[in-house]
Design a protein around this ligand. Structure first.
Ligand SMILES: Cc1ncc(COP(=O)(O)O)c(C=O)c1O
Length: 501
């Protein structure tokens, strides 16, 4: 309490000092009292991308299309919430490698882990986990993934990325569905023959229902992860796809408290459409074996729905015998204030599957016992994840618990959202629909061009932000993003908005 009090007093004094100095102060100042491995603030030396980044971009572009590269990084110098680039610019990183750095850059606990001689072989020898796992594999899974398993899901399969986690979850769903239909494990000769030439009954015409605006990966695979992605045309153009049902995702109106009735109606409309599609696709013999959904549609523009919407959707899945797969690749790992965003819903009946990657360091999916493949090699690839990542994840989870980082995400998220709502009232022509859960916050800008310009200006002032959807800016900081980082950002951004033309 005494250090909290000290912080409040310091914040207050700093506020007065900065106010007198003429800053456009919209929040508390960024007084930083706790001593950790983080830097003190941004430090800019050149514009971004700077000359060295531009030179490296040219080099890389000679080998591959590198037009998506923002700038090149110096990861040795990057620490905590700060990303340092090759031109020596130090930026507060609120995007954290597309939401995939759990506890900041170069965290001392992770470096210590790497320096322990007994861990060296895990980093040096990457095994084919499905056939030749190391002695401590089950133990490490228990220490890492299973220690944070979502309620009701005690089985886990690891994978290398988010897309392949979802694709393999789809496969597990189809196998489960077919076994339900067969009622036994006796596969016919016809099924074995027809599956080899991509025909039914060996390859049944099952589908996965997804939502407009959803993003579940870019791989095409043999099943079509991309067929369930509907966030941006650029991901899908020129790639053959599947006739799988796509339901509308609610488009909520903000502020939520002013549009309660309208939003309830909108959610009811979407749920009705889900049921209609399940029935329609069953009639055309393309049975919906599963439903995939993100707790917050992330790439598609940070679209939220109420907890009630998700509970009702879970009921619909059960009613129609469809598996319910929650894609927590972006929302998982604690940034919403709970380890899994779907924990906010308060489901009575757990989800059937949860896929993960990004902040979890390894990809994979949790599932109920009934989705266990009934034979080896049915859900399989060479690496099946990486034990080195499980080792790191076990330590990340220790740090999350030790430093109470879920509560930190709730707290820092409140400071961030409160500041965004304040900016929204002061700059309504630039900011609208400020929203968020934990630090998983976002707001809309008037259009794509303004959004991109705001991101570019912020970067040159030492803040890395990400875009999503067609006009949103999203916040995806690490779990060690604290209130003082929120205030630091809000002060910088307030100045940017005041001068923005
Ligand atoms: C919700 C969601 N699912 C799946 C993926 C795909 O993950 P990856 O890029 O690791 O294949 C992403 C990536 O952004 C995602 O946000």
């Amino acid at each position: 309490t005494s250090s909290l009090l000290l912080r409040e007093v310091c914040n207050f004094i700093f506020s007065i000092v900065l106010f007198l100095a003429g800053h456009r102060l919209i929040s508390q100042t960024a007084a930083k009292i706790d001593v950790d491995f983080d830097y003190d603030g941004p430090l800019m030396k050149t514009e971004v991308p700077g000359p060295r980044s531009r030179e490296l971009m040219k080099q890389l572009n000679g080998i591959q299309n590198a037009e998506a590269v923002h700038f090149f990084c110096n990861y040795e110098e990057s620490r905590g919430n700060y990303l340092v680039d090759v031109d020596g610019n130090r930026m507060l990183d609120l995007y954290s490698q597309i939401s995939s750095i759990p506890i900041g850059y170069s965290h001392p606990s992770l470096i210590k882990l790497l320096q322990q001689p007994q861990n060296l072989s895990t980093f040096v020898n990457r095994p084919a986990l499905g056939i030749l796992p190391p002695e401590n594999f089950a133990e490490k899974l228990k220490e890492s993934l299973l220690s944070v398993a979502p309620k009701g899901l005690q089985q886990v399969i690891t994978m290398s990325c988010g897309s392949c986690s979802n694709e393999n979850a789809f496969k597990a769903i189809f196998m489960w569905y077919r076994n339900k239909e067969r009622g036994n494990n006796n596969v016919t000769k016809e099924e074995l023959e027809t599956c080899m030439i991509n025909q039914a009954p060996g390859c049944p015409d099952y589908s996965i229902l997804s939502f407009m605006g959803g993003f579940h990966g870019r791989t095409m695979g043999d099943l079509g992860c991309l067929a369930t992605t509907h966030s941006k045309a650029i991901h899908k153009l020129d790639i053959p796809s599947l006739d799988w049902p796509i339901a509308p995702f609610p488009r909520l109106q903000y502020p939520l408290e002013e549009f309660v009735k309208e939003n309830q109606q909108e959610e009811a409309r979407c749920l009705e459409e889900v049921e209609d599609l399940i029935v329609k696709y069953r009639k055309k013999k393309r049975i919906v074996a599963g439903i995939i959904i993100e707790p917050i549609q992330s790439e598609g523009g940070d679209n939220h729905a109420s907890d009630d919407f998700f509970k009702k959707l879970r009921d619909i899945a059960r009613k129609h015998g469809c598996a319910f797969l929650v894609d927590e690749v972006q929302t998982g790992g604690g940034c919403t204030g709970k380890f899994w965003a779907h924990e906010h819903w308060g489901l009575d009946d757990p989800t059937d599957m949860v896929s993960f990657s990004k902040k979890m360091m390894t990809g994979g999916f949790f599932h109920k016992e009934e989705f266990r493949p009934n034979a080896p090699y049915r859900i399989f690839n060479t690496w099946l994840g990486d034990p080195a990542k499980n080792l790191l994840l076990a330590e990340v989870i220790n740090v999350i618990k030790r430093e109470d980082l879920l509560n930190n995400a709730t707290h820092a998220g409140k400071a961030l959202l409160a500041g965004l709502l304040d900016l929204q009232t002061r700059y309504p022509h630039l900011i609208s629909r400020a929203r968020g859960r934990g630090t998983f916050c976002s707001f809309d800008t008037p259009n794509d061009a303004t959004r991109n310009k705001l991101i570019a200006v912020a970067r040159n002032k030492g803040v890395v932000l990400g875009g999503c959807g067609d006009r949103s800016i999203r916040f995806r900081p690490t779990l060690i993003f604290k209130d003082h980082h929120a205030h630091l950002f809000l002060n910088i951004f307030s100045d940017i908005l005041a001068d923005f033309k």
